[in-house]
Design a binder for this molecule. Structure first.
Ligand code: AOF
Ligand code: ZN
Length: 340
């Protein structure tokens, strides 16, 4: 199961709305096949593992991180493949809360020995999958880098190199793990960001999403050479001239509707990189699952660039998060929060 879990972990960020799943087939104490679900619409982990078998899987055991599926989706049911292959015993870690899936029962009915062996770490691993499956919206991670005194920039707006190397590579790792990355028009114009994931060995860049409002996208912007086709939400029809390179969505957009729209396009996880106006809207509307705050050991002094752009005049209005994790990255801190 550990091997299966390792494969599932390696494929996070590349399966879209589907869960990352790993499977290992063992016969007479020997690993004879292994596989992972490598992409949305692609064969499931169990079928990948069966395809890779170097001997007849008849009478073998399969270890899967998630309950095998029993429905016709984009692929036929894994239960069928398991039964046809003559596998004797199925061990799975997390129950699939997808209402279409009842692999446990189907396998048992076919006379296969099925063992649900729950594992806290694997259940935690699937929590984001079950969350977006239930909500019908992408999981949202907000990210910002701040000074010790809580500012996103110096008073003159300078914000480059707030955090160090380790924190910056961690951000690229996070980008790699998300399906899409969202910024506001201000950040686009001010920073002209690439929005790619640059990690050792490459990285799978998230789909860039820009909330452009009434602003106009200019032809020289780096985002236009992004490996994935950008999605632009705008109220300005002039942006339709970029339709060849971007998915230009003209209308009066609210964040809820944008999240529904992104989910319909297959985005299951969204990384929001700012700026402050965008972050504030997501926080104010409670549209987030996690907030990552990278804190640099620097004082920016008095500045108009606070993380949250709303006046708070009483303790009742204070925004409260729940601390999930603290990590030291070089001389910076990575604070992970959830909703309180
Ligand atoms: C598994 N193994 O590797 C995956 C499973 O549309 P489909 O056919 O790809 O089915 C997607 C659903 O199947 C997904 O929502 C989840 O419940 C299950 N995914 N199941 O046994 C896998 N990826
Ligand atoms: Zn399946």
């Amino acid at each position: 199961m550990n091997m299966a879990f390792e494969m599932a972990r390696m494929t996070v960020g590349q399966t879209g709305k589907n869960p990352a799943v790993g499977a290992v087939i063992v016969k007479e104490g020997k690993v004879i096949g292994m596989g992972a679900h490598l992409g949305y619409g692609k064969p499931h982990a169990e079928r990948q593992a069966l395809t890779s078998c170097n001997e007849n899987p008849q009478g073998s055991d399969i270890y899967v991180t998630l309950e095998p599926c029993s429905h016709y989706g984009k692929t036929p049911p894994c239960t069928e493949a398991i039964i046809e292959a003559g596998i004797s015993r199925v061990f799975y870690a997390s129950k699939d809360l997808n209402p279409k899936v009842s692999g446990h029962q189907v396998l048992m009915d076919a006379g296969v020995h099925v063992d649900h062996t729950p594992d806290v770490a694997i259940d935690r691993f699937y929590a984001p999958f079950f969350r977006h499956l239930g909500s019908g919206r992408p999981n949202v991670t907000l990210k910002c880098a701040i000074s010790l005194d809580g500012n996103l920039a110096l008073d003159d707006g300078t914000s480059t190199w707030i955090t160090g190397e380790a924190a910056r590579s961690d951000v690229h790792q996070e980008r790699h793990l998300h399906d899409a990355i969202l910024i506001g028009g201000g950040t686009l114009v001010h920073d002209d960001p690439k929005l790619t994931a640059r990690i050792d060995g490459g990285g799978d860049s998230p789909v860039p999403v820009v909330l452009l409002g009434h602003q106009e996208l200019s032809a020289g912007q780096l985002i236009l050479s992004h490996p994935k086709r950008p999605i632009i939400y705008t109220a300005n029809e002039a942006n339709l001239k970029h339709s060849e390179n971007c998915d230009v969505r003209v209308g009066e957009w609210t964040l809820d509707v944008i999240l529904d729209d992104l989910y319909a396009k297959g985005i299951s996880s969204l990384f929001v990189e700012g700026g402050a106006t965008v972050l504030t809207s997501f926080i104010k509307q409670q549209l987030y699952d996690r907030i990552l705050i990278y804190v640099a050991p620097k004082i920016f002094g008095e500045s108009r660039h606070a993380l949250y752009r709303e006046q708070i005049s009483s303790m009742e209005e204070v925004v409260q998060f729940e601390l999930i994790d603290v990590e030291k990255l070089g001389s910076d801190l990575k604070l992970t929060y959830g909703k309180a």
